[in-house]
Design a protein around this ligand. Structure first.
Ligand SMILES: Cc1cc2nc3c(=O)[nH]c(=O)nc-3n(C[C@H](O)[C@H](O)[C@H](O)COP(=O)(O)O)c2cc1C
Length: 158
């Protein structure tokens, strides 16, 4: 665990989750990771489990990884030091670009899952996909990730 963050109850500091674009990290079954920008996200109760619902378009490489790779993802809320990664993560595709190298993003091993979190973020959440469904938009799909661990940067912890 990074010294810069502490474990929190996932319902804490949720305003930072709501107000910022997230970086969603996913992984193929060989352990190759990818990152994409995600605005359409919601924290909610799903049949008794606290989940992050990520709305991902069918066209994204991330969709392929979430359905055919690890059924896990991390949600990372960038800080001032790595917020510039959002435009790279949200423009290029992991099909042909290593966005971690491109954006200078560093990772921390997942504590409960194989997918890593991103260093120097305001918030990190480790999630396991427990359900999926068609979204209200025909171009997108919902992934419901049960929150297994959550961390906040000491920058925002009071
Ligand atoms: C600020 C921002 C927010 C975005 N939010 C979403 C989103 O909520 N859902 C989605 O499917 N794509 C979203 N995108 C687009 C994807 O991040 C983008 O298509 C990305 O290149 C997909 O990467 P991938 O092919 O490696 O999965 C967003 C892009 C930006 C710049």
């Amino acid at each position: 665990m990074s010294e810069n963050r502490i474990e929190i109850d996932p319902k804490e500091y949720v305003e930072y989750f709501r107000e910022n674009t997230a970086l969603l990290v996913s992984m193929d079954s060989n352990g190759n990771k990818n990152v994409m920008a995600l605005d359409w996200k919601k924290m909610e109760d799903h049949h008794g489990d606290l989940v992050i619902r990520a709305q991902v378009a069918y066209s994204r490489y991330t969709y392929k990884l979430l359905t055919e790779g690890m059924k896990q993802f991390t949600i990372n809320i960038p800080s001032d030091t790595n917020r510039n990664a959002v435009s790279i993560a949200g423009t290029y595709s992991g099909r042909d670009t290593n966005k971690f190298d491109e954006a200078g993003l560093e990772t921390l091993p997942g504590v409960t899952i194989k997918v890593p979190t991103l260093k120097n973020c305001l918030l990190n959440y480790e999630c396991r996909v427990i359900d999926t469904s068609k979204s209200d938009l025909s171009s997108h799909h919902y992934f419901y990730g049960k929150i297994l661990k959550a961390f906040a940067s000491k920058e925002i912890v009071k």
